[in-house]
Design a protein. Structure first.
Length: 359
C-alpha cells in the first residue's frame, strides 16, 4: 500500500510509540515546525495522512475467511461437529435406497419430514427407478472440499463465481438460477436440494449434466409427484401449498431421495425442535440449513456463501439474489430464520464452517 521507504517515518519514535499513528502525526507536525525545509515537511505530512487513512480502513476491515486449500483438515469437521450435534455420526447413508424397504426390521420412528413412517409403499415405487449412490468422482476424493451456496442477496455483485467453482462439491438450493448470474454464483453444481414446490427450474439449463437432483421429502405427495414425473404418469395436483411443475425434464439416474435422518438432525439437534409438534405451530428447517447439515456429514471442509437474511425491521430488502421478494413473503412459512441464524453463527464461532460472504 505505497512505497515502504517513504513510510519509514515512524522510526523517530520508540517501538511502543510507533504503534499509535496519532502520536506519529503529532511528532511529525513538531518536526515540520522546526524544519527549514517546510515544503518537504508538508509533503511528508501528506504521505503520512494517506498512510493513516489506509491504516484506519484496514483496522475496520472484516476479512472474508480465507479458503485454505493447501492442506486437507481431515477429521476436523467430525471433531467440531461432535461439539454441536449430540450423538454425531457419519454412519447413516445420505440417500434412501430400495433394499432398506424390503423386509424392514426397524421401521422409521417418525413420519415425514423426519422419517418415512407410513410412506413406505409409495416410496418403494420411487426408489425402484432412482439411484442412491454418490458419483465415483466424489467417492474417490481423498479430501472433499464443499461449498454450500445459499440464495441470499449477499451474492449479488459478489464476483464469487470462480471461487465457488473451485470447490470439489458445490451444493445449491431449490430454484436458485445459475444462468445469468455466473460471475457471482459460479456454474458448477454437484447437488441441488429441492422439493416439488421449489422445482420451478429447468434441470438441464440450471445444472451440469451430472448434477444430482436431491429430493427433500416433506410429505407423501412429494414422493408421488416425483414418481409420476419420472414415469410420465398422471400428475399429482393435490396436497401442495404451491402447484409444482407438471413437466420436469430430469433423468431418473440423476435423482436421489434425501435420507430424512438429516432433517431430523437439523431440527432436533441444531434448532431444538420437537419431532412431534401441534399442527398449528409446526416449524421446519429451511433447505439451506439442511444442506449445511448434510455437508457436515460427508465433507472434510465446509464453506458457505450467500447465507443470512436482512434485519426483520427491514421490510424492503430482498431475501434472494435473483428475485425481488422480501422477508414479508416468509411471514406465513414454517421457518424461524432468526433461530437458524443463531445456529449458523454458532457453527462459525466453532470454526465448523467458514464463510465466503458476509453473514
Amino acid at each position: 500500500m505505497g512505497d515502504s521507504k517513504v513510510l519509514e517515518i515512524p522510526q523517530v519514535t520508540s517501538h511502543n510509540e510507533s504503534s499509535d499513528p496519532r502520536l506519529i502525526l503529532l511528532l511529525l507536525i513538531k518536526m515540520i515546525n522546526k524544519s527549514r525545509g517546510k515544503i518537504l515537511g508538508v509533503l511528508a505530512l501528506f504521505l503520512v495522512m494517506v498512510w493513516y487513512s489506509i491504516y484506519r480502513e484496514d483496522s475496520f476491515y472484516f476479512p472474508v475467511q480465507e479458503n485454505n486449500k493447501t492442506t486437507c483438515p481431515l477429521g476436523e469437521v467430525e471433531k467440531k461437529a461432535a461439539q454441536l450435534i449430540g450423538n454425531y455420526t457419519r454412519d447413516h447413508p445420505l440417500f434412501l435406497q430400495l433394499k432398506d424397504y424390503f423386509w424392514v426390521k426397524t421401521p422409521s420412528l417418525y413420519e415425514l419430514p423426519y422419517g418415512t413412517k407410513g410412506s413406505e409403499d409409495v416410496l418403494l415405487h420411487l426408489l425402484s427407478i432412482t439411484h442412491h449412490s454418490l458419483p465415483e468422482s466424489i467417492q474417490s476424493l481423498k479430501c472433499r472440499r464443499c461449498a454450500v451456496v445459499g440464495n441470499g442477496p449477499r451474492l449479488r455483485n459478489s464476483s464469487m463465481g470462480d471461487t465457488i467453482n473451485s470447490y470439489d462439491v458445490v451444493i445449491r438450493l431449490n430454484n436458485a438460477p445459475v444462468h445469468g448470474y455466473e460471475q457471482d454464483v459460479g456454474t458448477k453444481t454437484t447437488m441441488r436440494l429441492f422439493y416439488p414446490e421449489s422445482a420451478h427450474f429447468d434441470p438441464r439449463a440450471e445444472n451440469n449434466p451430472d448434477t444430482l437432483l436431491v429430493l427433500v421429502p416433506f410429505k407423501p405427495s412429494d414422493f408421488q409427484w416425483m414418481e409420476a414425473i419420472l414415469n410420465d404418469k398422471k400428475r399429482v395436483r393435490k396436497g401442495f401449498w404451491k402447484q409444482p411443475p407438471l413437466i420436469w425434464d430430469a433423468k431418473p439416474e440423476q435423482v436421489r431421495v434425501l435420507n430424512p435422518y438429516y432433517m431430523e438432525v437439523t431440527a432436533a439437534k441444531l434448532l431444538n425442535l420437537p419431532m412431534k409438534q401441534p399442527r398449528k405451530v409446526k416449524q421446519k428447517p429451511t433447505t439451506g440449513l439442511l444442506a449445511i447439515t448434510l455437508a457436515l456429514h460427508f465433507c472434510d471442509l465446509v464453506h458457505i456463501a450467500g447465507f443470512g437474511y436482512p434485519d426483520s425491521a427491514n421490510k424492503k430488502q430482498t431475501i434472494h439474489y435473483y428475485e425481488q421478494i422480501t422477508l414479508k413473503s416468509m411471514a406465513g412459512s414454517e421457518h424461524n430464520v432468526s433461530h437458524e441464524a443463531v445456529a449458523i453463527k454458532r457453527m462459525l464461532e466453532l470454526g465448523l464452517v467458514k464463510n465466503l460472504t458476509y453473514f
